[in-house]
Design a protein around this ligand. Structure first.
Ligand code: HEM
Length: 201
């Protein structure tokens, strides 16, 4: 095993943009004064998630859903191995992490969509309530996700957070992605800004 390129630029930039936008939206959720910033942050979440859904189909190998969404048997096997202190190595996302990612993307989209509908005054109090429940659900999954990342980093003795910045992890040379796709990352930034502007205007 050696250090290889696993996460392309769209995955890395998208990740930290999503994490930052969610945090900002969360912190400004209760304030009238910060409403525009809140809507812009929520719009950024929507833009990043929509791009990520497409990138999960056309992106580099480890970014594709087919490479990290596995059935319940694989999830249980990996969790059992972790509990037995014999964690299984995954070069990309592990099986439990893959489902947390799907949940985060789904909740991100639903939270942003319900927030947009509230912003348009499309529903009553129930819609505001639904938006808040979805945002709280997402925060819960984020906390589980961060706990999983810390556990995985300790179990494998590999700094997974640093890998989300550098794109590099341990793996077999044949598992490396060919390039980091900087142009696609620029498209992501332009697209996320356009969606955020359009939703918050
Ligand atoms: C605050 C909201 C956050 C959201 C919504 C979020 C969401 C996600 C998503 C969607 C992915 C999959 C990346 C992809 O394949 O495109 C991911 C992976 C990852 N996230 Fe986060 N994340 C958040 C916060 C954090 C934080 C605070 C950390 C640092 C502790 C972190 C560390 C990571 C790491 C290391 C991975 C890769 C895991 C692996 O190696 O399989 N995330 N996150």
């Amino acid at each position: 095993m050696q250090t290889i390129l696993v996460w392309d630029w769209p995955v890395r930039i998208g990740h930290w943009l999503l994490a930052g936008a969610f945090a900002l939206a969360w912190l400004t959720g209760d304030s009238e004064e910060w409403r525009l910033v809140h809507a812009f942050a929520g719009g950024t979440v929507a833009g990043v998630v929509l791009f990520r859904l497409a990138w999960g189909v056309i992106g580099t190998h480890h970014a594709r859903f087919t490479s990290f969404i596995r059935g319940p048997r694989a999830v249980l096997l990996e969790l059992a191995a972790l509990l037995n202190r014999q964690p299984l190595h995954s070069t990309g996302h592990n099986a439990p992490g893959g489902w947390a990612i799907l949940a985060l993307l789904g909740l991100g989209l639903l939270t942003a969509a319900s927030g947009w509908a509230v912003y348009q005054e499309a529903g009553g109090e129930w819609l505001e309530e639904a938006h808040e429940v979805l945002a709280n659900g997402m925060l819960l999954v984020v906390l589980l996700h961060v706990a999983g990342v810390v556990t995985g980093s300790l179990a494998h003795g590999e700094n997974l957070v640093r890998a989300m910045f550098t794109g590099r992890k341990t793996g077999q040379p044949g598992e490396a992605i060919a390039g980091s796709r900087p142009l696609a990352a620029l498209v992501l930034l332009g697209w996320a800004a356009a969606v955020a502007w359009w939703l918050a205007r």
